[in-house]
Structures are given as structure tokens and as C-alpha cells.
Write a protein that binds this ligand. Structure first.
Ligand code: AMP
Length: 117
């Protein structure tokens, strides 16, 4: 069950601030408030979805494909395509998901090594 009051829902609605990297009508990318690497960006679709599985199963393939195509746009924009990056999506209790709106972490700007988020 999607919680309309989760932090990322408030960010999408403009009720909470964020440092935007990229936004259009469907997606939003912004800086993580507690970065674990020099580049640490969060990417979210604007549709209501709790986690990866819900996003992929519940929404039209065009919405899903568009989100991941925008991830590529942002990676280019961040200038980390050549140096490399890590994309992570935590899901559920074992995955350590804190915010119940599907999101991906983009980590880069330095060697990530064994750091995980
Ligand atoms: P996860 O464990 O995958 O749910 O990670 C949630 C991420 O959201 C963490 O890396 C937090 O640092 C980040 N976060 C929480 N609140 C905010 C916020 N208001 N603005 C930006 N990032 C946030």
C-alpha cells in the first residue's frame, strides 16, 4: 500500500525541497541528502509505486522504459559515464529500503569499491 505522505511523494509535490539534477513530467532526479560517494543521486518516477517490483509490474512498459532511459540521460549529464558508476535499488526489509517510493541510487565520482547503499 502506497503511503502518500512518504518523503519522496512530498518532494514530487513540491512540499519538501530537494537539489534537482533533472526533472520532467514523469521523473525526478535529485541529490541524496546523506551522500555516500562524491556523486550520489536518487532517481524516482512520479507514479505511485512502493518498490521496483510494483513499478515494473503495475505500470505500462513505456513508463518503465522512459524512466530507465532518463537514468541514462542523467548519467551523461553527471559526466560519470566514462569513469563508471553504480546503480542500486533497495527493496523491502532485507534490501534495507527506508523510503517507500521506488527509487534508484546512482553512485559515482570516485571508486565505489565495497561501499553499498
Ligand atoms: P533507501 O534505503 O534506498 O530507501 O534510501 C533512501 C535514501 O533517501 C537515503 O540514501 C537517504 O539519505 C535519502 N533521503 C532521505 N530523505 C531525503 C531527502 N529529504 N532528500 C534527499 N535524500 C533523502
Amino acid at each position: 500500500m502506497y503511503d502518500d505522505n512518504n518523503i519522496f511523494a512530498k518532494i514530487i509535490d513540491g512540499k519538501m525541497p530537494c537539489k534537482k539534477i533533472y526533472e520532467d513530467k514523469d521523473v525526478l532526479f535529485f541529490e541524496d541528502i546523506n551522500p555516500v560517494s562524491k556523486v550520489h543521486i536518487l532517481g524516482i518516477p512520479k507514479v505511485k509505486c512502493v518498490d521496483f517490483s510494483e513499478f515494473v509490474l503495475k505500470y505500462d512498459q513505456n513508463i518503465v522504459a522512459n524512466f530507465f532511459q532518463k537514468v541514462e540521460v542523467v548519467i551523461e549529464k553527471l559526466g560519470i559515464k566514462e569513469s563508471g558508476f553504480r546503480i542500486i535499488s533497495n527493496s523491502g526489509a532485507d534490501g534495507g529500503q527506508e523510503v517507500p517510493h521506488f527509487h534508484i541510487h546512482i553512485l559515482g565520482g570516485e571508486k565505489i569499491g565495497s561501499k553499498i547503499r
